[in-house]
Write a protein that binds this ligand. Structure first.
Ligand code: ATP
Ligand code: MG
Length: 407
């Protein structure tokens, strides 16, 4: 299931013209402090830090964006040109483990550099949408979207919000009180009921946006409409990371309980400069693969699972000599039948026992070889899923029969 989902994601990214970047798992702690931001949950309390021999503080990567920007700068990948990149692999955060939230988890993410136009924001959302559709999950995931404006607009808004929240500090929960100094924007997605009431009366980001910022966001939404991608506007959607500007989005499901965010992303035009590069527009997203797999499991039933790997041919030999005869034939089948898995029963034993294993593996066909098949130069082909008659066939006739069945 993991492979199928990863393959679908890689295929999708490839068809959109994104290129793979392999990033190290360990980077300098300073990269994440600067790139992710001091006031974020990640840097404040979720990093796994390592003491290196030469005293340079290192961390297991908690996310991929900062590393991606570091690599792009170091190797000139985005210098005066557009770069569309993706990465995949484990991320590490010191969290309280529970369903959908682990200390080591997998992300697949993209970063696109050099495009400031709103069509890119829509493209990133479209990639998610195409992937979820190809996995038949689109009916179970909703897109929420918001804009947090340019950096100065966002700063002005954050200040106004901070003032409002501060004058209501008696009503705020402990977590929000702590964030009031470090990351007030993040209070907007607090789940605490009393805090939510204070937030409902708070100033809205929208009134702090310039015409340019509003125009950017409107164009993103128009692109989404042209792509027939449904969305929910959520004025309280913010991202926990400091570098976001303009469009922010999340894909969410109700099927996984509290850990329902499957993918999150947006634009972060300020980050490349923060990490020492020239001002470069950038945007990206990260999909939490663990949650996507959980969702896939929740939505797709076992029968579909069997159907998906139904092109399985299970080879059974009646004795040791027949097994040695069958193994090179299985290799020939693997070469001749592109979309077929060929499993040889190497445990042996009674034919009936081997046939039970074939059934348990979900085989569509069994190939049986014993002394008489070897003597006649044929193979017995037995349908396992009521897809035809049992027959003794030459190798060529057997290949034709299987090609007819599943190409
Ligand atoms: P959350 O609010 O759930 O903590 P986040 O804002 O910390 O999420 P991001 O940093 O945006 O998450 O990471 C992108 C995606 O990676 C998330 O939407 C989620 O699917 C996945 N993810 C993040 N942290 C974890 C984790 N500890 N375990 C599993 N998946 C995770
Ligand atoms: Mg988190």
């Amino acid at each position: 299931m993991w492979s199928r989902i990863e393959d679908a994601a890689k295929h999708c990214l490839c068809t959109f013209g994104y290129h793979e970047l392999r990033l190290p798992i360990i980077e300098s702690t300073a990269l994440f402090e600067r790139g992710v931001g001091d006031g974020t949950d990640i840097v404040e309390k979720e990093m796994f830090n390592i003491d290196s021999r030469d005293g340079e503080p290192l961390s297991l990567r908690p996310e991929g964006t900062a590393s991606c920007v570091r690599a792009a700068l170091q190797h000139g990948l985005a210098f005066n040109r557009v770069a569309r990149l993706w990465y995949q692999g484990p991320m590490f955060r010191y969290e309280r483990p529970q369903k959908g939230r682990y200390r080591q988890f997998e992300q697949i993410g993209t970063e696109a550099f050099g495009i400031s136009k709103p069509a890119l924001d829509a493209e990133l959302i479209d990639i998610n949408h195409q992937l979820f559709t190809s996995l038949a999950l689109d009916g179970h995931i909703t897109l929420r979207i918001n804009t947090i404006g340019s950096l100065p607009e966002r700063r002005a808004y954050t200040e106004a919000l901070q003032k409002h929240l501060d004058s209501n500090r008696d009503t705020l929960d402990a977590d929000s009180l702590r964030r009031l100094q470090t990351n007030p924007l993040r209070i907007l997605d607090s789940k605490h009921a009393e805090t939510r009431k204070v937030i409902a009366r708070a100033p809205k980001m929208h009134s702090f946006l310039s015409d340019d910022s509003k125009h950017h966001f409107d164009q993103v939404l128009e692109c989404l409409q042209a792509l027939s991608i449904g969305f929910e506007l959520d004025p309280y959607l913010v991202r926990g990371l400091d570098y976001y500007t303009h469009t922010v989005f999340e894909f969410e499901t109700e099927a996984l309980g509290a850990q329902g965010t499957v993918s999150a992303g947006g634009r972060y035009d300020g980050l490349v400069e923060t990490l020492g590069g020239r001002p470069t527009p950038a945007a990206g997203f990260a999909i939490g693969l663990d949650r996507l797999v959980l969702l896939y499991q929740a939505v797709h039933t076992e029968t579909e699972e069997v159907a998906a790997c139904s092109n399985l041919v299970y080879c059974v030999a009646a004795d040791e000599a027949s097994l040695r005869h069958l193994m090179p034939i299985a290799n020939q089948l693997r070469r001749d039948l592109a979309h077929t898995t060929v499993v040889v029963d190497t445990l042996g034993g009674k034919l009936a026992t081997q046939m039970r294993r074939a059934d348990r593996e979900g085989a569509r066909w069994a190939i049986i070889v014993g002394e008489s098949e070897r003597a006649e130069g044929v193979l017995t082909l037995k349908p396992m899923r009521e897809v035809g008659e049992q027959a003794r066939l030459t190798y060529d006739a057997l290949v034709l029969r299987l090609l007819e069945d599943h190409g």
